[in-house]
Design a protein around this ligand. Sequence first.
Ligand SMILES: O=C(O)[C@H]1O[C@H](OP(=O)(O)OP(=O)(O)OC[C@H]2O[C@@H](n3ccc(=O)[nH]c3=O)[C@H](O)[C@@H]2O)[C@H](O)[C@@H](O)[C@H]1O
Length: 452
Amino acid sequence: MASPPDTSKSIKLERYNSYIRKVNSTKLLNASSKLLFRATLLVALILVFLFTFNYPPLGDTNNNHHVHTHAHFLSSAFGGGAAWEKQVRHSSTPRRPNGMSVLVTGAVGFVGTHCSLALKKRGDGVLGLDNFNSYYDPSLKRARQAVLAKHQVFVVEGDLNDTPLLVKLFDVVPFTHILHLAAQAGVRYAMQNPQSYVQSNIAGFVNLLEVAKAANPQPSIVWASSSSVYGLNTQNPFSELHRTDQPASLYAATKKAGEEIAHTYNHIYGLSLTGLRFFTVYGPWGRPDMAYFFFTKDILQGKTIDVYQTQDGKEVARDFTYIDDIVKGCVGALDTAEKSTGSGGKKRGPAQLRVYNLGNTSPVPVGKLVSILEGLLNTKAKKHVIKMPRNGDVPYTHANVSLAYTDFGYKPTTDLATGLRKFVKWYVSYYGIKPRVKKENHLDNELPEDSA
Ligand SMILES: O=C(O)[C@H]1O[C@H](OP(=O)(O)OP(=O)(O)OC[C@H]2O[C@@H](n3ccc(=O)[nH]c3=O)[C@H](O)[C@@H]2O)[C@H](O)[C@@H](O)[C@H]1O
């Protein structure tokens, strides 16, 4: 027969266990209250730090220049405050009946400056946002800011990834539109600083869309995609119907990702979104990292320039598009953008989703670009013709713009020679260069080009 279980032993064991549990839970309680205390202390310290140093931004589109951007940010922008809010409101208020109130991101960028001026001049309200990063000479951005200030366009210094700042701007102003041009640009630089593309073109864009979808009213959004999304596409001229799933650079991939992200926000939240695929935009106040700009500089300084050709020895060509044509395209897209349909972060109905090519419809070989510059500068270039490095470049771009023409009358009117002449006129005036310019170019008889 089996003996009955020894309950006295098991009762003792149970008591012992419960004693141990108690001790442990007291220890745990002590440990967790210590942890809680430490965490609270840490949070308090962080808060003291933030308030003492007045609100550093959360993000910066250029990893290499945190200190630089923060310094600018601290010195001016989001102190909040009544005076700051007044400037923000004043700048964003339209001066014509039914005018728009547009938040322009990347406002002191090349396209951003020209578009901001064009909108302001016709009576729309324009507020700029820019982080003034040092991807290229920030003094050029400062000079553009001065032109904007002259025309009563206020530029807030801040980053796309700074959620509280964006929320604050939408609290102060019921923007009807966003013209989103802030981005990490440049095809070849993506191999040097890949993270900056992810931070601006993907994380920054998503952050902006998050704030826009939650805003009441939701704004309509027009934003800059890129011809580079066509990547390895071989069909010509490039149409919006062609495939764009073979990007040749990380830059292109982030712009294509932007188009897909736009689809999602349109689908879920009813945001009205229009992506514009810009084709190699050039002109006065342009970007110093682009070939036409640094070719001009190098030719004038007697330096050798690299002129690319394809692996099989053919010339590379671009559908260079003049800035004034691009501005007309941006304004046309804004004017035909339908309202977003959501409110309070909820979709109320289907909303507009569009993508357009904005190009010149006339590709020009880089060799021809150089010879036009040689003529305008009256200087022979020292050319070093080399095979295009395998760094994200594509050999050829050519836009079909019939969709933009049908929907908002987009029709480029400036050929490369005419546009470059205007660029060179601005360049020599801006940099104070005494040009060895032929009389027949009449460059020296004209007023400096100070705005669009
Ligand atoms: O349409 C776009 O979406 C993109 O346009 C622009 O890219 P790209 O068309 O590549 O312009 P850009 O660098 O000026 O090179 C021009 C030509 O010069 C050739 N090139 C370049 C450098 C050099 O040293 N030599 C040379 O021959 C080069 O092979 C090319 O054929 C914008 O920068 C980009 O931000 C994006 O907006």
